[in-house]
Design a binder for this molecule. Sequence first.
Ligand code: UD1
Ligand code: CA
Length: 475
Amino acid sequence: MADISKNSTASGAVDVVIMAAGKGTRMKSRLPKVLHLLAGRALLSHVVDTAAQLSARQVVVISGHGAAEVEAALATATGAGFDLSFVRQEPQLGTGHAVQQAVPVLRDDGIVVVLSGDVPLIRAETLRDLIATCGGDKLALLTIDFADPTGYGRIVRQGAAVQAIVEQKDASAEQRAITEVYSGMMALPANQLKRWLARLDKNNAQGEYYLTDIVKFAVADGVPVLAHKINDPLQVAGVNSPLQLAELERAWQLRTARELMEQGVRLADPARLDVRGALHCAQDVAIDVNCVFEGEVSLGEGVKIGANCVIANAAIGAGTVIHPFTHIEGGKPGSKDFIEVGAGALIGPFARLRPGARLGAEVHIGNFVEVKNSTLAKGAKANHLAYLGDATVGERVNFGAGSITANYDGAFKHRTVIEADAHIGSNCVLVAPVTIGAGGTVGGGSTITKDTPAGALSVARGKQLSIANWKRPTK
Ligand code: UD1
Ligand code: CA
């Protein structure tokens, strides 16, 4: 059996406990609070990712309200280099009771870092400092000064030494005047944590097991209690309401916008950019207002993005211009649904690129043109009101206004091949499977159901007829 009477954190390993059992009543949502999205990712995923940055050995998530949903949502995060496990806290009897549930799965030889699943913006470097403050044998508390400390646990000191954390509801008038508060995050030796958790009671104003009571036990046991005080309120800000969630979203987005501008990206307005994933920009990229980037997006050198574009999972080649109101919605990076746009392309305004659109260099896709699961080779153009689905389009093809590929027969999808230099007139229907031969021309208004020879003019429509001196019917 491990000797837990000594302060040995022999392994130096970091084990993270994330409290995520609370209901989040003020969100007024069916979704568990920690699954609400910040920058496109669940609040809890942000915290788990931060734990990963600490090279945590073990991450234990304490779930309660909506536990099954929370566990399912995070199941995919396993294999990220640490051991992710879940314990349940039912019912929720306080933060001390929450961490008690983790005791059976926590090892004795680590430094435990306690985090909250609803405090998403804590930075790994701050936690590294907190762990250093713990040093493997002390209790380190992350604290901050708040002009209005209402609702928080107050850091009670005697001289410089921390004596206790007193919760708002248990605090005297004198203690309530203290502005230094406990952030909800601490680092301490696992073996000590386990001993102190066993001593908790709920003799307090809320009848809860307070994790914060362990400070008294540390003081009684002669274990140093150190406060690591920071001054960035965003890092300790919790999400309890839709308003707070939106405030943290804006803060996150502004931080992202600043980082992009530091890399040289020109943003028309840093307050009107949303990145919900990773946006990689080469030199001299300019982004106009109200653009949303999702998943993995890379923009090559000199790319210009017009106002009001939504771009997900796409690689855009150098010098390409995306005109306003364009929607690009690629699938997962590395999949056939990821979108590629070559160099020097012109896309939009009002263009829609759907999963699997692969456009070569200098392709033009104009207004109200939809492209799905199609390859367009260099210099191909579809400038107005068109649909290209399941098509392979050769170099320099011109696809006329109002023309479409009829790719779906009601049961199966079929491919359309348009060979190089073909010219498709306006308002044509190419009924797949069909091939338009190289250099051929399809007359406007044609419905093409058979392959066309290279170089030929193919017309498939009723012959024009004029009846002279036509008299309209009269009443
Ligand atoms: C706690 C601290 C308080 C600190 C504040 C910072 C205690 C007793 N008090 O306050 O000193 O200033 O955080 O925000 O620890 N949770 C569970 N199970 C429970 C109760 C809570 O998992 O039974 C989770 C919540 O979902 C949340 C976190 O623990 O993620 C903190 O709970 P919350 O109720 O917000 O904190 P307080 O107890 O009010
Ligand atoms: Ca509470």
